[in-house]
Every structure is written in structure tokens, then in C-alpha cells.
Write a protein that binds this ligand. Structure first.
Ligand SMILES: [Zn+2]
Length: 356
């Protein structure tokens, strides 16, 4: 692993003490659980009435089949061997208390004890699937469940990918037109967790795009990422330094791009609207960039023309295509340079892998 901080790895590996859940998580727990007479809440999704193992995660209990779990984890096998035995509704059961929040165990159980359909997911979204992937990576590492670790690593690689076209889709969902300014920093900060896992599991292909999103955070990189249970996670200091240096390079690329946009004007001769596009361009682009180029572009280098300047969707087809070319040129340049920007080119190896 390249310049990996042992502290960062330890932080990921040992992040197992959870004290409270966010309101969002509480609602999920309450929605799928019911109060039992045992002093804990019975999980509605994983409570098999003839199960012989009661796994209590904080205040929520899952009733499960012990043999199915033991077959998949040597760590759980060891833990369960000394578990307390009791008679529960006529069945001899073992009861084990574990510190992780119930929603994380629910994610894991859906992999270990699948019910019905929906367990063979092959496409993943940064916005919707990251909490599941993060929980699977953490728990599968702690309990030594290698099949789940492999699945979660593939999912992480599918989001922080080395495919230019796929990354455009993931990035657009966070930084594209109409993105939620309040929600976006939290989603961008997921890249902090991705980088720490990439260091822990030695997954270099995850790093270029993850570092890019960290750079988009700007100074907020220092605030780290707050997990659903309120636990913070930070980058190692070496990786924070890479982000700061990368921001400088991205800003320089943005400045070049702004110059191109300011000097570009749609041609009168080829314009389908007889040159009306030039007036729109001057008004929407040149004036706006002159006043406030940084807030218009920031470091969101993968955005397109109409994502950056929505009013330019009114350009004629010819002018729009030429203007889009400027954005595509910038995106490709940034994509090619990502590993070098963040000083990880040697570690990442061949890049780009599938773009001309
Ligand atoms: Zn035109």
C-alpha cells in the first residue's frame, strides 16, 4: 500500500463501537421491528419463530438459524460457542449481544440469509447503496466473511470506477444539474470512507474518483464523514495533503476552461438561429463568468454545458454541440490527469483504462 497511514487502517478496522443512531436510522429500525417481552425489540425482517440463535444488536434482536451463520464466519463460530443457552418459546436458543447498530446487521443478514428476490444486485448507486456497501465492508472484515467482503469490494469498485462513462453517471447524480446543495457535501464525503477502505483492502482503482470527490469538498474535507450512527471518519494526513494539492491542480484546469468559455462565441454563419445563440452565450456565459467564475464552476469538472448553464439548453443544435465539445475536452483532460493530480499515478498503474 502506498503511503498508507496505519492509523487510517486501524480507524476503519476498529470502527465498531456505536452508541447512538441518527433519527433516519431509528425510523428504519422502528418501521421493521416490534417490541417483544424480552427487553429488546424483535426485528420484523429477521425473526424466525423456530430459530435457535438470538442475535441482539444494541436494542434490536434477530432470531436466526445458528448453523447457517456459523458456516459462513469463523469469528462468529468462536463467539457463539460460549453464548448463553436458554429456553425460548419452547426452543433451546443461544443469545449473543453484538455492538453494531441493527441496520448494519440487517444489511449483512440480507447477504448471509437472503429472503426472496433482490439479493443479486449488480449495479450500485452512490446515493442509495453506499451505506449498505460501507456496512458490509466493515462487518465482513470484523467477522471474517470473505464472500461478503468480495461482494462489497466489487460494489465499491462499481461506484468509484475506472470507467469514464460510468463515472459520468455517478458524478452527475451528485454534482449534476439540480443537485441538492444541502445533501451533496454528505454524499461527496463518502469518498473519505471509500479511500480508507481502498487503502485497507489495496484497491487502487477506487482512488482517482474518490480523491476527485474529496477535492470537490474543498475545506470541508477536514470535517470528515459522519456515519449514520454519528461516528466520524477522517482521511489520513497524507491523503488530506493529496486532496489539497489536487484542488490546486483542479483549480488551474478550471481557470483554463473559463478562459476558453469566455473567448468562445457561437458563429453567425453556421448558427441555425441566425446568430441569436451569440447573444444568449454572451449573456449567460461571458457576463456570468466575469462576475463569478469560481462559484459557477468550482471544482465540478465533470459537469456538462447545460448542467452548468441551464439556460444554454436554448442554443441551436449546432452551437450547442460545439459548446459541449469544450466541456468534453475539459472532462477528458481531468479524467486523464486524475492519478497524477493526487500523486497516486504509480500506485494506480494503467490509467485511463477505457477512454481515448
Ligand atoms: Zn446557434
Amino acid at each position: 500500500m502506498q503511503n498508507q497511514s496505519p492509523k487510517a487502517v486501524t480507524r476503519v478496522a476498529k470502527r465498531v463501537c456505536f452508541s447512538q443512531e441518527s433519527p433516519e436510522v431509528k425510523n428504519e429500525s422502528e418501521a421493521s421491528s416490534s417490541e417483544g417481552p424480552e427487553g429488546f425489540i424483535r426485528d420484523q425482517e429477521y425473526w424466525f419463530v423456530d430459530g435457535n440463535l438470538i442475535l441482539v444488536a444494541q436494542n434490536t434482536a434477530f432470531r436466526l438459524y445458528m448453523g447457517l451463520l456459523l458456516a459462513q464466519s469463523s469469528v462468529l463460530r468462536q463467539k457463539f460457542s460460549s453464548a448463553h443457552l436458554s429456553l425460548h418459546e419452547g426452543t433451546v436458543t443461544r443469545t449473543v449481544h453484538l455492538p453494531e447498530p441493527p441496520h448494519e446487521w440487517r444489511y449483512l443478514l440480507r447477504r448471509l440469509l437472503p429472503k426472496g428476490t433482490g439479493t443479486h444486485q449488480t449495479t450500485f448507486s452512490l446515493r442509495d447503496d453506499f451505506p449498505m456497501i460501507s456496512a458490509l465492508l466493515r462487518l465482513s472484515q470484523k467477522y471474517n466473511i470473505t464472500e461478503v467482503t468480495a461482494y462489497a469490494i466489487d460494489a465499491l469498485k462499481a461506484i468509484y470506477c475506472n470507467s469514464y462513462d460510468a463515472w459520468r453517471i455517478h458524478d452527475r447524480a451528485v454534482c449534476g444539474e439540480g443537485f441538492d446543495l444541502g445533501e451533496t457535501p454528505g454524499i461527496l464525503a463518502r469518498a473519505i470512507v471509500a479511500i480508507n477502505f481502498a487503502r485497507l483492502y489495496n484497491i487502487p482503482s477506487v482512488l482517482p474518483t474518490a480523491f476527485y470527490h474529496c477535492a470537490c469538498l474543498g475545506g470541508a474535507i477536514m470535517k470528515g464523514y459522519t456515519h449514520q450512527d454519528g461516528t466520524p471518519e477522517y482521511l489520513a494526513s497524507d491523503d488530506v495533503a493529496r486532496c489539497i494539492n489536487g484542488i490546486q491542480v483542479l483549480t488551474a484546469v478550471s481557470a483554463d476552461h473559463v478562459q476558453l468559455l469566455r473567448s468562445h462565441l457561437p458563429a453567425y454563419r453556421t448558427c441555425k438561429y441566425n446568430g441569436a445563440c451569440r447573444r444568449l452565450w454572451k449573456q449567460q456565459v461571458r457576463d456570468k463568468l466575469t462576475r463569478d467564475w469560481h462559484s459557477v464552476l468550482g471544482n465540478h469538472a465533470f459537469r456538462g454545458l447545460c448542467e452548468t448553464f441551464p439556460a444554454l439548453s436554448a442554443l441551436c443544435d449546432v452551437c450547442k454541440e460545439k459548446a459541449e465539445d469544450i466541456f468534453e475536452e475539459r472532462r477528458k483532460k481531468v479524467w486523464h490527469d486524475l492519478p497524477r493530480m493526487f500523486d497516486i499515478a504509480t500506485y494506480v498503474g494503467k490509467w485511463p483504462v477505457n477512454v481515448k
